[in-house]
Ligand binder design. Sequence first.
Ligand SMILES: C[S@@+](CC[C@H](N)C(=O)[O-])C[C@H]1O[C@@H](n2cnc3c(N)ncnc32)[C@H](O)[C@@H]1O
Length: 412
Amino acid sequence: MSARADASAVALRRRLADLLRADGDLRTAPWRHAVERVPRERFLGGRVYRRVDGPGGTLWEPVTPAEVGQARWLELAYENTTWVTQLDGRYREDAQPTQGTPTSSSTLPGLVVSMLEDLAVDDGDRVLEVGTGTGYSTALLCRRLGDDLVTSIEIDPSIAARAAQALGAAGYAPTLAIGDGLRGHRARAPYDRIIATCSVRTVPATWLAQTSTGGRILVTLSGWLYGSGLVTLEVTGGGHAHGRFLPGTVSFMPARAHAAPPLSDLPARGGEQRPARYGPGILDDWMGRFLAQLAAPTASRRMRVTDGNGGQAAELLFDHATGSYAWLSPVGEGWTVTQDGPVRLWDRIEQTVSAWHDADGPAQHEFTLTISPDTQTVHLPTSGTSLTWTLPPQGNRRLDGHRRRRPPRPAR
Ligand SMILES: C[S@@+](CC[C@H](N)C(=O)[O-])C[C@H]1O[C@@H](n2cnc3c(N)ncnc32)[C@H](O)[C@@H]1O
């Protein structure tokens, strides 16, 4: 990099740090120091993707230094933006906006820094990061704690190789592992802190086993209804931990084994029918999705079917553990629900949403999470009856503890 570009990167890092401080994400001097030193541009590779609206939905527009010029590329690197770096599990050479599912990114710097602050590290803490990605957040950890105390694990070897190269070029040498971070990384355990930059449906027991007593785990819980919430947990030993959800609307791409399973055959719309108290619109709301997922932790929202007249779409929720389903169909101003299978999915979701309303709609950060070797429960202390939900069973496989079911009847 030329001396001019170097000076401009220094200024851009300082500006980013000022912005993150003004937003309340950057709160302490050591992390400010790290943000002002780590060159994010080195971690973006030569191509990032910007989300754009296409005729058939979301498209990903490639952005490269050759196209925008080096000076603009540098500015983009220091925007408080998530830059998608990989689609569909591979690095591609697209020149035009393209469809795809993001599978790696350089996370929003504001979120990276805010999580690092929430991790509450002390000098000398040993940290495991799950989801190395580009390596930018790994570099911040190295800058703050020193290379020897930082371990980062990435499941995708091609992503891990790029991160290793970028970290080395920027002068950092953490321990990098390739593998399924849901198993932690035993060779370097115990850790004082574990931070995950991919989301999980259930906190892996291995993470608790590899965290020292009194240590902390910071992870985003998510699921197949796209409910999401960042949790900080204190590990109390013997497979136990307790913690709470943090304020904000944090979401991460799911850990690869925790992504929603495919559903090829659609169930027919037979079953018990009744007027619905709530329509599927509750799933478009942050708290609605979170509550629905607590109530139906193995269900996913699969299908919107329009009547072709521009009316509202019918929607399907399908429970992958039991094969139960709920079809929601628009009727006049309201909705009808048709349910079949061992679990009345929409009944459960409506009960949870109603109970939350009855408790005056508490914010997500009032929910807590308690983990024991047998179960993981989300809890909402209310003035009346307290509310509790159980997270899906442990394990890396999508439906551990459940037999995967096919839908009961194929769609016509
Ligand atoms: C949002 S990106 C990480 C962003 C990174 N912190 C950064 O700022 O560049 C999430 C990463 O988690 C990785 N990942 C997904 N599932 C994983 C797993 N089971 N174990 C380890 N890494 C995983 C993905 O391949 C992806 O690179």
